[in-house]
Write a protein that binds this ligand. Structure first.
Ligand SMILES: NC(=O)c1ccc[n+]([C@@H]2O[C@H](COP(=O)([O-])OP(=O)(O)OC[C@H]3O[C@@H](n4cnc5c(N)ncnc54)[C@H](OP(=O)(O)O)[C@@H]3O)[C@@H](O)[C@H]2O)c1
Length: 194
């Protein structure tokens, strides 16, 4: 299973480091060992869009993603980080799916701050990556990828679950930045004895 990560910013490089060099890196300006977005996609079974939302939408609309598992990790935040640009009746993931109808889009990693990738694996093994998508096999592949990257995986059903997962990412941003908890935090779901 070949993984391409498009975008070599905080999230792309953080996830790549957790995968220990296993992923192919795609960049607008490829440097040593990196590829163009199109060349990285051509080599991959799983394509991670580690891009700002608008760039992810553009990538979905212009790259040949037919048949690929496409991981959307975006939080479609407003410019001033005061909230999400869309939601409730759609989600960034669903808009990306519309732009690339033949791809198998899976929401994942949007509730993981980039800095968390640098934590010891022992600290993140129980941190869930919330995973949602319409293709069950694709969801399982991305859940396995999350585990390979040193996290837990919490599957949440169809891609419409991104309507709920993206606001959790926004809440994480509010806790981390707005309320001063910092970026070494992550949301988790807890089962209590009852
Ligand atoms: N940072 C976090 O803690 C965090 C947490 C959860 C989710 N996210 C989401 O993850 C995605 C990536 O975030 P990030 O923090 O990694 O962002 P970033 O550090 O700014 O990196 C984004 C990368 O996307 C590529 N890119 C392509 N078109 C671009 C454009 N028009 N403007 C800027 N960059 C462009 C660039 O890589 P190349 O030049 O190599 O192509 C850039 O390095 C975003 O959608 C964000 O909402 C971020």
């Amino acid at each position: 299973m070949t993984i391409a990560i498009l975008g070599t910013g905080n999230m792309g490089s953080g996830l790549a480091s957790r995968l220990g060099g296993k992923a192919v890196l795609g960049s607008r300006n490829p440097k040593d060992g990196q590829l163009s977005y199109a060349d990285a996609v051509a080599k991959a079974d799983i394509v991670v869009l580690a891009l700002p939302y608008d760039a992810a939408l553009e990538a979905a609309a212009t790259l040949n993603l037919a048949g690929k598992v496409v991981v959307d990790m975006t939080n479609p935040v407003k410019e001033d980080f005061s909230g999400l640009r869309l939601g409730t009746t759609t989600s960034a993931a669903e808009e990306i799916q519309k732009a690339a109808p033949e791809a198998k889009v899976v929401k994942a990693f949007n509730t993981i701050f980039a800095g968390v990738f640098a934590a010891p694996r022992s600290e993140t093994a129980k941190v869930p990556v919330f995973v949602a998508g319409n293709d069950e096999a694709a969801v399982q592949q991305v859940a396995d990828l999350a585990v390979e990257a040193g996290f837990g995986a919490e599957t949440a059903g169809g891609l419409d679950a991104a309507r709920f997962i993206e606001p959790v990412g926004m809440l994480n941003i509010r806790f981390g930045y707005g309320l001063g908890k910092g970026t070494s935090i992550a949301p988790a779901w807890v089962k209590v004895a009852a």
